[in-house]
Design a protein around this ligand. Structure first.
Ligand code: BV8
Ligand code: ZN
Length: 245
């Protein structure tokens, strides 16, 4: 089908859907200048997330891991939500029922005003104590390398889900509900390789939802979804909301 009709088809589902769920990945923040994980600019200052975003790496060399996160915090602090983030906030306002699941830890959906939101891999602006487990916001730039807990003095870690760590139970609950109840799932800017998020499109599909993907390139989910729109999120997501002239 010509791209135009694919876009019309997704817009049609957007207007008729009773319950909309959206899943986003690093691609939606790429248009804000936040490097992705696996794209051409994907390597974070020649470190791979899989090597540093793990509990083993933090146990082995907490200083290196904190330096990497501090570098990302300082980079992300200079970035703003883009038109795709803002369009999803508008969609949340318009929809009868709406939930946004993001894999991104950059906090840009929250900055854009999204409220019905699960940050399933955590948030780079929050830290968690390795001792008393207290979680708190921390926007220090730079953050003290090897920051310690104000309550118990133990080492603080990023409040982020690392590879090999389970997602927070409350988030998994929320995702299961949002995926089983939606009649439309939009999958935006994710390479679909990191689980469990990579399995979410098929969960929604099995529950009877219409699933549309927005990505620069085809992904492992492309064969599974109903429509695959190829292009930049900042261009395509706002188009989904425009009233038809
Ligand atoms: C779990 C926080 C149960 C870090 C992240 C072996 C041992 C242990 C575990 C596993 C294993 N094998 C598999 C696993 C499970 C593992 C996993 O899936 N690994 C992968 C690598 C195979 N998953 C886990 O460990 C998860 N936990 O399963 O718990 C368990 C427990 C113990 C043992 C086993 C299982 C936890 C996963 C969470 C990891 N944390 N982030 C940090 O960020 O600091 S994941 C990290 O990757 C980011 O959150 C990121 O969002 C996420 C996914 O990447 P994407 O968002 O998709 O980004 P990517 O760069 O890949 O793609 C960007 C896409 O956008 C591309 O498609 C591109 O084309 C597109 N794009 C680019 N520009 C644009 C665009 N699209 C539109 N517009 C544009 N402008
Ligand atoms: Zn503590």
């Amino acid at each position: 089908m010509a791209p135009g009709s694919d876009l019309e088809l997704v817009r049609h589902h957007l207007t008729t859907a009773r319950n909309i769920t959206v899943l986003t990945g690093a691609g939606i923040s790429a248009d804000s200048g936040v490097p992705t994980f696996r794209g051409t600019d994907g390597l974070w200052r020649n470190y791979r997330a899989e090597d540093l975003a793990t509990p083993e790496a933090f146990a082995r060399d907490p200083r290196l891991v904190w330096e990497w996160y501090n570098w990302r915090r300082e980079l992300i602090a200079t970035k703003q939500p883009n038109a795709a983030h803002l369009a999803l906030t508008e969609l949340e306002r318009r929809a009868r029922a709406f939930w946004l699941i993001t894999q991104n830890v950059d906090g840009l959906h929250r900055d854009a005003g999204s409220r019905n939101l699960s940050e399933i891999h955590g948030n780079i602006w929050r830290v968690r104590c390795t001792g008393c487990q207290a979680v708190q916001d921390n926007r220090d730039l730079p953050i003290a390398i090897l920051p310690s807990c104000p309550h118990c003095g133990s080492l603080l870690r990023p409040h982020i889900v690392w590879f090999g760590e389970s997602l927070f139970a409350a988030d998994l609950e929320q995702c299961a509900q949002a995926l089983s109840q939606c009649d439309l799932l939009l999958v935006i800017g994710t390479s679909g390789v990191v689980y469990p998020a990579a399995g979410f499109a098929s969960v929604a599909k099995d529950a009877g939802a219409f699933v549309a993907e927005i990505n620069l390139d085809p992904t492992p989910q492309s064969s599974l979804v109903d429509v695959s729109l190829q292009g930049r999120a900042k261009d395509l997501v706002p188009l989904l909301l425009d009233p038809i002239e």
